[in-house]
Design a protein around this ligand. Structure first.
Ligand SMILES: [Zn+2]
Ligand SMILES: [Zn+2]
Ligand SMILES: [Zn+2]
Length: 275
């Protein structure tokens, strides 16, 4: 399984448009970037590839990283930075199957699959396949399981992606607070590579109107506001899941410049081969 991190940023990306903060300046100087979230997963055995989330930066990411167009796609949730690149499917694909969860979101009255189908009803290229969480589905020769996570007020899903031949396993937390349900943790556990939402370091909770929550034993908040993990929360989850390797993703430009490009914070274009 070959994994390419196409987009490792939060909803504004780094550099952020119009921003002259030291982190955005450093990124420009060093030629680093964190575009909006997307992960390319190639099954080297079959030559097929699967795209996790359709970033608004879809076109740019595929040109920049020179990866194959996907044979199937997944949408984890309906926020702009994960869904709104799907319009790029027009005239680029003859047909594309897009998998999304089938559970009704009390907030919208629709499942993610229904929202995607409704929002892109004019796009004949795509077929949305409603998928039941916590059940394994074979996509591009890989076993994919959607797991519910905690991203209020919307439903959102993490993913476990396993190669049934080699046993290689990629886990993606999705956009989530630290309060990932136990049943989901069991499915995500023991990955060769974990991609974990870590939007900011915990010390920035002081500047969020909602502060932080889900404090660890020393009082460190593992959740920033209510929707995303802090760096410390993501690293704690990684330990609890016994991830062999962890990259932090969905990163905001609010990381101070001296912390923003430290390990294990990811930048766009990183590639990993899982065996
Ligand atoms: Zn900035
Ligand atoms: Zn989100
Ligand atoms: Zn997001």
């Amino acid at each position: 399984m070959r994994v390419t991190l196409l987009g490792t940023g939060d909803t504004t990306g780094t550099p952020t448009v119009g921003c002259d903060c030291e982190t955005c300046r450093t990124a420009r100087e060093r030629g680093l970037e964190r575009t909006r979230f997307s992960v390319h997963v190639e099954n080297e055995r079959t030559g097929e590839s699967l795209l996790v989330d359709f970033s608004p930066d879809f076109r740019y990411q595929f040109l920049r990283d020179d990866v194959a167009l996907p044979d199937a796609g997944i949408i984890t949730h309906i926020h702009f930075d994960h869904l709104d690149g799907l319009g790029n499917a027009f005239r680029v694909f003859d047909s594309l199957e897009v998998y999304a969860a089938d559970e009704t979101d009390p907030r919208t009255g629709k499942s993610v699959a229904e929202t995607v189908a409704d929002d892109y009803h004019y796009l004949n290229t795509i077929t949305v396949l409603p998928t039941t969480p916590l059940e394994s589905t074979r996509i591009c020769g890989l076993d994919v399981t959607f797991v519910p996570v905690d991203h209020p007020p919307l439903v959102c899903y993490g993913l476990a992606i396993e190669d049934p031949e080699t046993g290689a396993k990629l886990s993606i937390t999705g956009d989530t607070s630290y309060a990932v349900p136990e049943g989901s943790r069991e499915v995500l556990a023991d990955p060769d590579l974990l991609l974990a939402d870590a939007i900011v370091p915990a010390h920035l909770c002081a500047s969020h109107p909602a502060g932080g929550r889900h404090e660890g034993p020393d009082g460190t908040p593992y959740t920033f506001g209510s929707k995303h993990m802090t760096r410390e929360g993501a690293l704690t989850l990684a330990e609890e899941l016994e991830a062999s390797r962890t990259r932090l993703v969905h990163l905001a430009h609010y990381y101070p410049a001296e912390e923003a490009f430290e390990e294990p914070l990811a930048v766009d274009g990183e590639r990993y081969v899982l065996e």
